[in-house]
Design a protein around this ligand. Structure first.
Ligand code: GLA
Length: 354
């Protein structure tokens, strides 16, 4: 049965439009996106697809292939702390923009894992905004959709994320990486060399962005930026760099990470353009060390997995996403990747390939 007819079966009428967006993996550039720095994410093959129809009553009805029951929430319902908030926030944003009046019926099918640091929420919000924009027949750019999607996370969900995920799921294509400068949203799409393989592996440790640790790091970066008198902590002047030594230790370490991570990300984009696998891999390894030791966003279990990935043949490996769990991304020469995955999975029962 096609998903269009599943929508009809769930709601007794056809959908008005559909929309979709992939998950993403960040190759390098962690916590730089709200500090005016560079990021380099790529799209996953896994996607979220939605089908949507307007409805008269001011109710949002949601059916997801992952859950058995239909969920109904009144239009304008404030966040209540479960996954349906992402759909409610996206539809509230669509109403605010004048793209939707009344209620809606929403059918969701996704194979993007949640709690994995691969942007399941950005994929869902973006897919919904795309579907509503089609219904409303508005001419909206992918960058504007990304800004609206970020606003849903910041304002409705209360998650102070940057714009990397929303830009990545809106702009990145299979086999390409998005070299994005978050200070002005300029970007370049780079072909991933065909003899490189980025393997995404779930550590088995779930993460929740809403659990407070991401926010704690965001707040430390804001405090460091305020103390140094900048809005872009990734790009400090020589005088500001000299003043980093006067910061309390935790702020000094966070600043050290975001400044060096920005530089590594710019260098990694250049290495990818040049097809320089060894340099890219080394930058990933330095990135993980910095993420773990300076930004303190890894865990001992994840550090052990990274070490083992390098031991069994990855050239570069790092924790990807917001931190404290979720996925590793490893870089391997294409011809060695199947053997690497087999060996690594055999050694770690809780790990699975995304
Ligand atoms: C999450 C956020 C992004 C970014 C990353 C860390 O994915 O949504 O904005 O800050 O963490 O790089």
């Amino acid at each position: 049965m096609s998903q269009g007819s599943s929508f009809e079966q769930a709601f007794g009428r056809p959908a008005d439009a559909s929309g979709s967006a992939p998950g993403r993996v960040n190759l390098i550039g962690e916590h730089t996106d709200y500090n005016g720095g560079a990021v380099l994410p790529a799209a996953l093959e896994r996607r979220t697809e939605v089908w949507l129809a307007r409805s008269e009553p001011p109710v949002i009805s949601i059916v997801s292939t992952r859950f058995e029951h239909k969920i109904e929430r009144p239009v304008g319902d404030p966040k209540r702390g479960d996954w349906t908030d992402y759909a409610m926030g996206a539809l509230a944003k669509a109403s605010e923009l004048g793209w939707l009046t009344g209620g809606a019926c929403l059918y969701i099918d996704s194979d993007v894992p949640d709690g994995a640091g691969v942007s399941s929420s950005a994929a869902l919000i973006t897919a919904i905004l795309r579907a509503v924009a089609t219904i409303a027949d508005v001419d909206v750019t992918p960058v504007d959709i990304a800004k609206h999607a970020r606003a849903v996370e910041n304002d409705y969900i209360g998650m102070p994320c940057g714009i990397m995920d929303q830009m990545a799921v809106g702009l990145a294509d299979q086999g390409k990486a998005l070299a994005l400068d978050t200070s002005d949203l300029s970007y370049d799409i780079i072909d991933i060399p065909t003899d490189w393989r980025f393997v995404v592996l779930h550590s088995g440790i779930r993460r929740e962005l809403a659990d407070g640790r991401y926010k704690a790091r965001f707040e430390e970066c804001s405090a460091a930026a305020a103390a140094l008198g900048t809005e872009t902590l990734c790009r400090l002047t020589p005088a500001q760099i000299a003043a980093v030594a006067t910061l309390p230790e935790n702020l000094r370490k966070r600043t050290t990470h975001v400044v060096s991570e920005h530089q590594r990300t710019v260098a990694a984009s250049a290495a990818m353009r040049a097809g320089d696998l060894a340099t890219f891999a080394q930058l990933m390894n330095e990135s993980h060390r910095s993420y773990s030791e300076d930004f303190e966003a890894s865990t001992p279990e994840i550090d052990a997995l990274i070490k083992d990935a390098l031991e069994v043949g990855a050239l570069g490996a790092r924790l990807t996403g917001g931190g404290f769990g979720g996925c590793l991304v490893a870089l391997i020469a294409a011809q060695d990747s199947a053997a690497f995955v087999d060996t690594f999975l055999a050694r770690h029962e809780a790990v699975w390939r995304v």
